[in-house]
Design a protein around this ligand. Structure first.
Ligand SMILES: [Zn+2]
Length: 395
């Protein structure tokens, strides 16, 4: 194995670049300082990589806080070099090396690997959601006006969904346990967003006839249970099935998500039928319909493995179906918020006649959903940890 070392020091007037073998590296360790013993030994664990770079900042004399050894962008590896659980369908290259420090996976945001654009797309989605939240805050009192609490709740879940997804894709290759747990967090975020969508649609998208109805009053409570089931079903599907994954796994994930999606679409669909029957229309419906189309397209790319299934290895970095799925989800949330913007204009004068949303039917429901989904993640994490420990013992 060959290592490239780069030294930079204010006190040592030496900027050196050299290639050394493992043995030389150990000698080098002796020649620098015993304080680097532990770090130099860490180098031995990078046995998945053919080459690697270490950037070492040294100060002469005692070790200080500025001493750092940043493991920089360990080269990616091929499919056969990583555990099966990390495999992505029809992806051959660009896998990040497991068992690196947490910091490596953060730095890998700037590395070309097969999860890179999955991280960036949902980071972009989070920034866009935050931007929309700022725009809403300029026109509405998001916390001071109870009629805006459902909007606040929906925005919170949107931002958290994107954050959970970004975290999941960022750290998913660190270890098998981290992989499972990271995607449990991702699924918790999806369930949470489902709850947020129910809160948004059932508060703002009803036709007048349904305002203050039983459906509008109780929809949120039902959604919290459904959100928890999304997290549980999707998490369980990830560790109950072994690769190569059967379609039943995707079906279990999709059915839980579709159930809560249908529940959040009830007010929109009812209104569509009522308006069409009466020959009416409202601009918000244009955006709701587009949102539904984007969701259907997102579901198609999530489950189809198109285009990579026809050209394995050709879409490892760019153009993978999961990246297209992420972009479709961004369009879903954008069109959803466009629709809500138009609904708020429609309801402007009607808010006075509507019952005030309660805390527990809006922001409080989001807090409960975070707690419940968090509990699901913790229990599933413990289950998987024990499962992996048992498998290790068997081996
Ligand atoms: Zn994703």
């Amino acid at each position: 194995m060959v290592a490239s070392l780069f030294y930079n020091s204010r006190d040592i007037s030496m900027v050196d670049y050299c290639c050394v073998s493992y043995n030389n590296l150990i000698l080098l360790k002796w020649s620098i300082s015993t304080s680097y013993t532990r770090r130099a030994e860490c180098v031995k664990s990078y046995d998945h990589a053919h080459t690697f770079k270490l950037y070492v900042t040294l100060e002469t004399g005692k070790q200080s806080d500025s001493d750092s050894m940043l493991v920089s962008l360990v080269p990616t590896t091929s499919r056969k070099s990583v555990p099966e659980v990390f495999h992505l369908s029809h992806v051959e290259t660009g896998f990040r090396t497991p068992h690196q420090p947490w910091s490596y996976y953060v730095y890998s945001f700037f590395q070309k690997h097969n999860e890179c654009l999955n991280c960036w797309t949902h980071l972009l989605g989070m920034c866009m959601a935050l931007n929309r939240a700022t725009e809403f805050a300029q026109n509405h009192s998001l916390l001071g006006d109870p009629h805006m609490w459902p909007l606040t709740a929906g925005l919170i879940t949107m931002v958290l969904m994107y954050l959970c997804s970004t975290i999941a894709h960022c750290f998913s290759n660190r270890s098998e346990l981290v992989h499972y747990t990271a995607f449990m967090i991702d699924y918790a975020g999806i369930g949470l967003f489902g709850v947020g969508s129910v809160i948004l649609h059932h508060h703002y998208c009803h036709d007048d006839a349904w305002v203050n109805s039983w459906l509008q009053t109780n929809a949120v409570v039902v959604s919290v249970v459904m959100g928890m089931l999304v997290c549980l079903c999707c998490s369980a599907s990830s560790f109950l099935y072994e690769p190569p994954y059967p379609f039943a796994r995707t079906l279990l994930q999709i059915s839980a998500v579709v159930t809560i999606y249908l529940w959040n679409s009830v007010p929109i669909v009812l209104r569509l039928f009522q308006y069409l029957g009466a020959g009416l229309w409202h601009s918000s419906l244009d955006h709701h319909i587009q949102q539904m189309i984007w969701f259907a397209v997102a579901g198609f790319f999530f489950s189809s493995d198109i285009p990579q299934r026809f050209f394995p290895g050709k879409f490892d970095f760019l153009g993978h179906s999961h990246q297209i799925f992420h972009l479709c989800i961004i369009m879903v949330t954008e069109k959803q918020l466009d629709g809500i913007t138009h609904e708020l204009e429609r309801l402007g004068t009607k808010f006075a006649t509507m019952a005030l949303p309660t805390f527990w039917n809006s922001i409080g429901a989001v807090i409960l959903a975070i707690i419940f989904n968090g509990i699901v993640v913790v229990f599933c994490h413990i289950y998987v940890r024990d499962m992996l420990a048992k498998e290790k013992k068997k081996d």
